[in-house]
Design a protein around this ligand. Structure first.
Ligand code: SF4
Length: 459
């Protein structure tokens, strides 16, 4: 047991002020050996928090946790501390930029990482603590091969992380519709370039994430579990769950394993990234081989609501889920099932009814009289079909419609295209999308302000 990785758990009651949070972060690190074990005088440190969308906790890591961590690195003698992040593909491509869209005729989407950090107050928190910020999209990358990578063989890696003496991983404690949980391993996806991130969301996402860990394992993983997230995370669809926790460890896999149990999942091996990372020799996932310091798992554990697609068959969200939409799905991988569940919410807004075709040569009724304008194809597999399905596609093209939601996986680009189609038909409007984004943002802002009255979005 002496070589067992240690994962610390520190708890305080919410709401918390900056000084208590700084103490919690310090205590969590002291329980695993102290900051001196990780940061030495004169070293360069890079911290990668989870800040993928322009919303405060629990979507993003709390700026006060980031500030506390930067201060501790500076106090340990770090020469330079840089906080780096890349907003998600959804934020770059699809999330409505409310401030930029205000008083304009067009809908502006996307926000740059550094602008988001400013809005959330992360920039000030980091700079006040003696660090700097930067966005992944603004830094130099180097092409590295992934030693032992199974699905990711090479990647464009931020040079600043590659060159740093110390790499600190700073995820939040959340559920995730694609990976069940998003913790230390999933947080690493944010260091990829936009293209690598986009295509990393296929059904091999878990191995993809584990392969990123093979390039450089973080020296320290600290988890912000002050306000966690349950349900349909890790974005606006999730539900905040106050926990008042900070966890830390040097072994990212062990940290994820303990966090999973804290989230009420007794067997951490059901999380694919944790199981695969342990299998690939990147850390310890077996709870029996991990030492927990500070609070016990049992003392802080809460049963998190898991994403719907993990608690009921995905079919229930796709086939027969909407009375006005017929779904023809066959030979589709789990990614397209999940994407279908997403696009169906919008397709179902077509009052007169619609059809959705998904997968590789799904069976369709021969000779059916299709309503071509309202027949949608989802994913490159469906678009590459032969036979009857190809005939339908040809007929749609000849009629001059474009209801083809391309992609493998058909991710943000597909839902963006669908939104544009529905907007062009007046089924959804630009104003509606802006209003929806505004009310969702307001809800998140108001919620977080209850826990941190000192916070206000920075213009
Ligand atoms: S297009 Fe095909 S392979 Fe790609 S995500 Fe869809 S079903 Fe899977």
């Amino acid at each position: 047991m002496s070589d067992a990785p240690i994962v610390s758990i520190v708890k305080s009651n919410l709401p918390l002020d900056q000084s208590t949070i700084t103490t919690m972060v310090g205590d969590a690190i002291n329980l695993i050996g102290g900051m001196d074990q990780f940061v030495k005088k004169g070293q360069t440190v890079v911290i990668k928090p989870n800040l993928f969308a322009p919303y405060p906790p629990p979507i993003s890591v709390d700026r006060r946790v980031i500030g506390a961590l930067v201060s501790l690195c500076v106090a340990a003698g770090a020469k330079k501390v840089t906080v780096i992040e890349g907003v998600s593909v959804g934020t770059l491509m699809k999330r409505v930029n409310i401030d930029a869209s205000n008083n304009r005729d067009t809908l502006i989407r996307g926000i740059k990482t550094v602008d988001m950090m400013r809005l959330l107050g992360v920039k000030s928190a980091v700079e006040d603590a003696g660090g700097d910020i930067c966005g992944i999209e603004d830094v130099e990358t180097c092409n590295l091969s992934v030693n032992g990578g199974k699905v990711l063989h090479s990647l464009d890696y931020p040079k600043i992380i590659q060159d740093s003496d110390v790499f600190i991983n700073l995820p939040a404690l959340k559920t995730h519709t694609m990976t069940l949980v998003t913790l230390g391993i999933k947080n690493l996806q944010g260091i990829l370039t936009e293209a690598d991130r986009y295509f990393g969301h296929r059904d091999d996402i878990d191995q993809h994430l584990v392969d990123i860990l093979k390039v450089r394992k973080p020296d320290l993983t600290l988890v912000d579990g002050l306000i966690a997230m349950e349900g349909m995370g890790a974005g606006e669809g999730g539900t905040p769950l106050p926990m008042g926790l900070v966890l830390a460890g040097a072994d990212t896999v062990a940290v994820d394993s303990v966090c999973t149990r804290v989230m009420g999942i007794d067997n951490p091996m059901i999380v694919n990234t944790t199981r695969i990372a342990a299998h690939d020799g990147l850390g310890i996932a077996d709870p029996g081989q991990i030492k927990v310091a500070g609070e016990s798992v049992a003392a802080v554990r809460k049963k998190f609501q898991l994403p719907l697609n993990y608690t009921q068959p995905i079919d229930t969200l796709v086939t027969g889920a909407y009375p006005n939409v017929d779904v023809y799905i066959g030979g589709a991988c789990s990614s397209c099932w999940l994407m279908a569940a997403g696009v169906l919410m919008n397709i179902s807004k077509i009052q007169e009814g619609a059809s959705l075709i998904v997968g590789r040569d799904p069976k369709v009724p021969p000779g059916k009289d299709w309503d071509l304008k309202n027949t949608f194809f989802l994913g490159d597999c469906a678009l590459g079909c032969a036979g009857e399905v190809q005939e339908i596609r040809n007929k749609i093209t000849l009629k001059g419609y474009d209801t083809f939601l391309y992609g493998c996986l058909p991710y943000q680009q597909a839902s963006l295209k669908l939104e544009k189609i529905l907007m062009a038909r007046g089924i959804i409007t630009k104003e509606e999308l802006i209003e929806k984004a505004k009310s969702s943002r307001q809800k998140l802002f108001d919620y977080y302000k209850e826990f941190d009255p000192t916070w206000a979005p920075e213009p």
